[in-house]
Design a protein around this ligand. Structure first.
Ligand SMILES: NC(=O)c1ccc[n+]([C@@H]2O[C@H](COP(=O)([O-])OP(=O)(O)OC[C@H]3O[C@@H](n4cnc5c(N)ncnc54)[C@H](O)[C@@H]3O)[C@@H](O)[C@H]2O)c1
Length: 254
């Protein structure tokens, strides 16, 4: 696959799970990585892991639901590395489990603010910079299989992730001629530390139930999503834009 030497990538939600693995994967391929997260401790941990493999990275504390924070993250990226080539908009959160009629409005607003508006804000400032540079780029938004099919009791998350796919297509059309490619990735259940804490070991009944939702009979690995993100940013994916690439072990194939 193409080298990313001399390239600059922003990874939001880079302090944990899929975002952390994505940040490390880009760094291993030679990119300078800007880790953006609401958790300073986790973000700095990712930067340290990158430095440990002789990679280049720095951390920006920012909440993707706050426009000024996102704008500052892009400004700091350009101050440090003079450009922005790629972005993986991965920061996300869930809500609580409840039916629509009983869903708490404050929790609805918080999930939409981070998962949908946050993705919009990231693209807004990333695109401004990429367009200014005038030499293309690539953005990958992390959606979910719940951006393609419904579930029960997670209406704001499912709505936000459907919205992320719509937003991805919208931007891909608007910026197609600039050479900036914009795609979404839709993971099934991925065994991030948080998810593994919840489902337990592979022998546990909760893991088995989650695994049974996927025809491949297991949860995905963070690296399986990260590799897809990096590939979508690479020259090997040069004619792919506006796509929602599913990384789900067959979850939506039933
Ligand atoms: N793990 C899965 O099974 C799975 C499946 C489908 C989609 N996803 C999506 O992948 C993305 C990453 O999920 P994960 O499982 O790695 O989660 P995670 O909780 O391990 O990591 C999410 C990161 O985002 C950060 N974050 C949260 N809110 C933020 C904000 N407002 N501003 C900046 N950073 C913020 C957190 O601090 C954390 O470091 C999310 O968008 C999630 O919806 C995950």
């Amino acid at each position: 696959m193409s080298t990313f030497k001399g390239k600059v990538v922003v990874v939001t939600g880079g302090g944990s799970g899929i975002g952390q693995t994505t940040a490390l994967t880009f760094a291993k391929k030679g990119a300078s990585v800007v880790v953006v997260d609401i958790s300073e401790k986790n973000g700095l941990d990712t930067v340290q892991q990158i430095k440990n493999i002789n990679g280049e990275a720095f951390f920006v504390l920012a909440d993707v639901s706050i426009p000024e924070d996102v704008e500052r993250a892009v400004v700091k990226t350009v101050e440090k590395y003079a450009r922005l080539d790629y972005a993986c908009n991965c920061a996300g959160r869930g809500g609580v489990q409840n039916t629509v009629a009983d869903y708490d409005i404050d929790i609805w607003n918080k999930v939409i603010a981070v998962d949908l508006t946050g993705t919009f804000l990231c693209m807004k400032y990333e695109l401004k910079q990429m367009v200014k540079q005038g030499d293309g780029g690539a953005i990958v938004n992390i959606a979910s299989v719940k951006g393609l099919v419904g579930d029960a009791k997670s209406s704001p998350y499912t709505s936000a992730k459907h919205g992320v796919i719509g937003l991805t297509k919208e931007a891909a059309i608007e910026y197609g001629k600039t050479g900036i490619r914009i795609n979404a990735v839709c993971p099934g259940w991925i065994g991030t530390p948080l998810v593994m804490n919840y489902v337990g070991t592979e022998e546990s009944p909760i893991y088995q139930k989650a695994a049974s939702l996927h025809p491949m009979g297991r949860l995905g690995k963070p690296s399986e999503v990260a590799n897809t993100v990096v590939w979508l940013c690479s020259d090997e994916a040069s004619f792919i834009t506006g796509s929602a690439v599913v990384v789900d072990g067959g979850y939506i194939a039933w």
